[in-house]
Design a protein around this ligand. Structure first.
Ligand code: DGP
Length: 114
């Protein structure tokens, strides 16, 4: 999508993005505004607004995103303890309308998350 910052990151248009992992369908890069010592974003390259915009045909892609998150956790050495979360909709804190999972680690996580 033309005005989507994560589409631009996925197509390599944005410089200085710290990419942790990428393959043909997904990628993971460090968050610009980290909320934990380790904070990466895991996205599909293809634009999907949010999790509730995914369709049956996206099943394989959604599975790949989970595996990308696990690979990213290993690459960032937090595979023993991390949190994976998606904000679905403005009310949940979504500010970028391109499906993404926050991978947070490197500190104690609180529950409930608030
Ligand atoms: P959310 O609020 O759940 O939609 O999370 C969006 C996240 O995206 C937020 O933590 C900041 C991050 N972000 C926004 N723009 C950029 C960018 O241009 N580069 C990077 N690396 N992260 C960004």
């Amino acid at each position: 999508m033309a005005d989507c910052i994560f589409c631009k990151i996925a197509s390599g248009e944005i410089p200085n993005v710290k990419i942790v992992y990428e393959d043909e369908a997904t990628m993971a890069f460090l968050d610009l505004n980290p909320q934990a010592p380790v904070h990466a974003l895991v996205i599909p390259r293809r634009h999907i607004d949010r999790l509730t915009a995914a369709e049956d045909g996206d099943t394989e892609l959604l599975g790949k995103l989970q595996l990308t998150a696990a690979k990213t956790a290993k690459l960032l050495k937090v595979e023993g303890a991390f949190r994976l979360v998606t904000n679905n909709g403005k009310g949940a804190g979504q500010s970028v309308d391109h499906l993404h999972y926050h991978l947070l680690g490197g500190r104690k996580m609180l529950w409930p998350p608030g």
